[in-house]
Design a protein. Structure first.
Length: 537
């Protein structure tokens, strides 16, 4: 399933008994505001779903019928785009409005035009294309080919391809858009291939530990972290020179999370019941924190600097204060906490319990809990948070249903704020400016909006006041990091008064706008390792 946070719509592919050889032919569309559902016909055995929030188009790979169903998010009208055999993974490039389908059975990649909905070309790939990554800053697509030990590189502007040989059975792939470097984890040769996006060649092969299971990139510091499940280590790669540092962690490192705000890295060690904290400034272990029995999931709230480790066997979550690196609380959950998701907007933590088949909701301030039960639950398998609507979605694999948890009851509000969108919902500025409009639909005698207040990525901090007077307001954000952010804003007026005659603020409805801060492209020039129209920053 996938969520379009811009219009609060959820898309679920109904693959049926896919693993048993038969499939369904539909996609369920859920209105996140009303929970009303619409069934849209697709091809046979719809598998992967990708949404382009810029164009409001949804793309579904149909592994059984060998095509992509293109769904118009406004009308739910569909059209079909042919692909190769067994389309599996799908990725959309919002900068070019091109869609890339990895076709597992005939080792090709289909390129579909988002503007027309038709397949523009089918490109050859290696054997068993498995994972796909898009670098929108350079309009380049990278596809790992597990069986042929290489990566297919697709030029998004020309649809020409090249092949980069890497290590054995490349699986994980991550791109650092800020530096235009791509990192490929090779599971059988125990190394990471570093591909220079400027010339699409391997610039280095970095040895790591045994069985590299996960890769995380901190774009702020240009540092890459590779969790080596088989050797109980984390390999830290300096993105500037590819020098490595090996950090010993606990037994069986299972997951890793990075807090770019504090430059601390958290590794859960399922075999030793600990969390290793790595200082990103020194590449050394700051401390090892004992947690519960068999931790298998970790999540970070970068706003509050709190870390949550789920301990599967003893049914608890260890709450770690990132400022002191100590466990400040152990919170009881349901049976088998298997996944943790954080909503930094409201400072709520959601723990999916399986086989407990319920959701434990942790208040990030008090660590008090609420349990969300569903009598029809059979087998919870996935959880996702939409921070725009403050809604949590839990996939129940066993009953073919999607459970929705709403944090608060939303009532109609006549005092509304509109945020003008950025072109393509993107900006290269780390301090982007926005224009807002505040309107009151109260009676004609009601006051006009007095002010607009805003925050970035959370509701928990200090609200800042925008400039201007009704109905037009402007703001410039504080300095932001590269990546996706959410602008929250609401208007106030002085409609209410207390017994002393002092004006009271009527709080308007919350507006939310999702946008992405992308790197600035550098045009070709001498001495900077340039290739084509984009250079390495």
């Amino acid at each position: 399933m996938t969520v379009n946070p811009i219009n609060n719509t959820i898309y679920v592919s109904n693959c049926g008994s896919y693993c048993l050889g038969s499939g369904s032919s539909s996609v369920t569309v859920i209105n996140g505001t009303t929970n009303a559902t619409t069934t849209v016909n697709s091809g046979t055995t719809p598998y992967s779903v990708a949404a382009n929030p810029v164009t409001n188009k949804i793309y579904v790979t149909n592994s059984g019928s060998g095509n992509i169903t293109v769904i118009d998010g406004s009308t739910f009208n569909t059209q079909s785009a042919a692909t190769g055999a067994g389309p599996d993974a799908v990725a959309a490039d919002p900068a070019t409005d091109l869609i890339y389908s990895a076709n597992l059975e005939d080792n090709t990649v289909s390129v579909v035009s988002g503007a027309t909905g038709y397949t523009e070309t089918v490109l050859p790939a290696g054997n068993e294309p498995n994972s796909v990554a898009v670098n929108p800053a350079t309009d380049t697509v990278y596809l790992t080919n597990v069986a042929s030990n290489n990566v297919t590189v697709i030029n998004g502007a020309t649809n020409t391809t090249s092949t980069v040989a890497v290590g054995g059975e490349p699986y994980a792939i991550a791109a650092n858009s800020a530096t235009n470097m791509i990192y490929v984890g090779n599971t059988t040769t125990n190394n990471v291939s570093v591909i220079n996006g400027a010339n699409n060649a391997v610039s280095a092969t970095v040895s790591v530990g045994s069985d590299p299971a996960a890769i995380a990139v901190n774009p702020v510091t240009d540092t890459i972290y590779v969790a080596n499940y088989g050797s109980n280590t984390v390999t830290v790669i300096n993105g500037a020179n590819n020098a490595t540092t090996t950090v010993n962690v606990g037994a069986d490192p299972y997951a890793v999370a990075v807090n770019p705000a504090t430059n601390l890295i958290y590794v859960v060690n399922s075999g030793s019941n600990t969390v290793t904290v790595i200082n990103g400034a020194t590449n050394t272990v700051s401390t090892t924190i004992p947690v519960g029995n068999y931790p298998i999931a970790v999540a970070v709230n970068p706003i509050t600097n709190m870390i949550y480790a789920a301990n599967y066997v003893d049914n608890t979550v260890s709450v770690i204060n990132g400022a002191t690196n100590t466990v400040t609380a152990t919170v009881n959950t349901g049976t088998g906490p298997a996944f943790v998701a954080v909503n930094p907007t409201t400072n709520k933590v959601y723990v999916m319990n399986n086989p407990g088949m319920n959701i434990t909701v942790i208040d990030g301030i008090s660590n008090s809990t609420t349990t969300v039960n569903d009598s029809s639950a059979v087998n919870f398998q996935a959880i996702a948070v939409n921070p725009v609507s403050n809604t949590v979605y839990v996939a129940d694999y066993g009953s073919n249903r999607l459970l929705e948890i709403s944090e608060e009851q939303v009532q109609p509000n006549p005092l509304v704020t509109f945020i003008d969108p950025l072109p393509n919902n993107e900006t290269t500025s780390t301090t982007p400016a926005f224009t807002l409009t505040a309107i009151s639909s109260f009676s004609p005698t009601a006051p006009t909006p007095q002010a607009v207040w805003y925050q970035i990525d959370t509701w928990q901090g200090t609200w800042l006041q925008a400039s201007g007077t009704a109905p037009d307001f402007t703001l410039t954000t504080p300095t932001l990091s590269l990546g996706t952010h959410i602008l929250y804003a609401f208007a106030t007026d002085g409609q209410d008064a207390n017994s002393t005659g002092l004006a009271q603020q009527f709080i308007g409805g919350m507006a939310a706008y999702v946008f992405t801060v992308v790197p600035k492209p550098v045009t070709s020039g001498g001495g900077h390792g340039c290739s084509g129209r984009i250079c390495r920053l």
